[in-house]
Design a protein around this ligand. Structure first.
Ligand code: GUN
Length: 263
């Protein structure tokens, strides 16, 4: 990014938050802070809960045309009256630093992509930096969301893992999860993965950001019971979360580099 600056290209990210979701507010402010730390220009748009589709699309179209802005992120979930799909479809694919637009989703499927969704990308970095081999390993992903489960599975597959996706209709879930050398939990249910679901020595990655019965932040994995069984495990908070933001910054710099080439 320093090189981009020297060449006169400032990198810019716009973050859009609609409504009052308290977790989303924290995520958005963390994204802004990361931009500040890295010297990325950022614009934050906080829109009221009753924002109409027309109003939000008008902002997105303005940001699509704004040369100062390389990346556009609309924080999800949106209020119920707004359709995620319509909003995402209107973000220019070359500014879609979340990699949620169908063009970018398709590119991930093919294995030829600029942007990787931030959470799965962060997990792949953790796996790589920890020296965990993926090739030929049994990888089990619990959760099939468009944000995490599906792209996560694709990235593991691109690294030659043998990938199984589990979800709410999976029969005998623990029989499947117990086969995993790498187990990714992305279900959004507090402490869902317990020790009896984990193969001894498995690498366990916890994507959850949940609240336990006392309102305390916890993950999808019951850390205290699983930690002694696992070969490696990510904590919540402090595991996958910071990586997600780092990958958003990386995607934004990628967008900026690509835009520099077409100026
Ligand atoms: N909400 C939860 N995770 C994400 C994310 O990665 N991007 C956006 N835009 N919203 C989210």
């Amino acid at each position: 990014m320093e090189n981009l600056k020297k060449e006169g290209k400032q990198t810019g990210l716009a973050v859009v938050l609609v409504g009052d979701d308290s977790a989303s507010k924290v995520y958005v402010s963390n994204k802004e802070k990361a931009c500040e730390q890295l010297g990325i220009y950022s614009e934050k748009y906080t829109l009221p809960e009753n924002t109409t589709e027309e109003e939000l699309l008008s902002l997105i179209h303005k940001l699509n045309d704004d040369k100062k802005i390389d990346g556009i992120l609309v924080q999800l979930p949106l209020p119920n009256h707004l359709d995620d799909k319509v909003i995402i479809d209107n973000i220019r694919p070359d500014k879609d630093v979340d990699a949620f637009h169908p063009v970018n989703v398709g590119k991930i499927m093919i294995g030829d992509f600029d942007f990787v969704p931030c959470t799965p990308a962060g997990i792949m970095e953790l796996i790589k930096e920890s020296g965990v081999p993926v090739e030929g390993k049994e990888c089990v992903v619990i959760g099939r969301s468009n944000i995490v489960g599906k792209p996560m599975s694709m990235l593991l597959l691109h690294q030659n893992g043998t990938v199984t996706i589990c979800h709410s209709r999976t029969k005998n879930l623990s029989d499947v999860t117990k086969k995993a050398d790498i187990l990714v939990a992305a279900v959004g249910i507090p402490k869902f993965v317990t020790a009896d679901m984990v193969k001894p020595g498995a690498v366990v990655i916890d994507v959850g950001m949940d609240r336990d019965e006392d309102g305390k932040l916890c993950g999808d994995v019951d850390f205290s019971s699983v930690e002694p069984v696992a070969g490696a495990i990510t904590p919540v908070p402090g595991g996958v979360g910071p990586m997600t933001i780092a990958m958003l910054m990386r995607n934004t710099v990628t967008a900026s580099k690509n835009h520099k080439q077409i100026i």
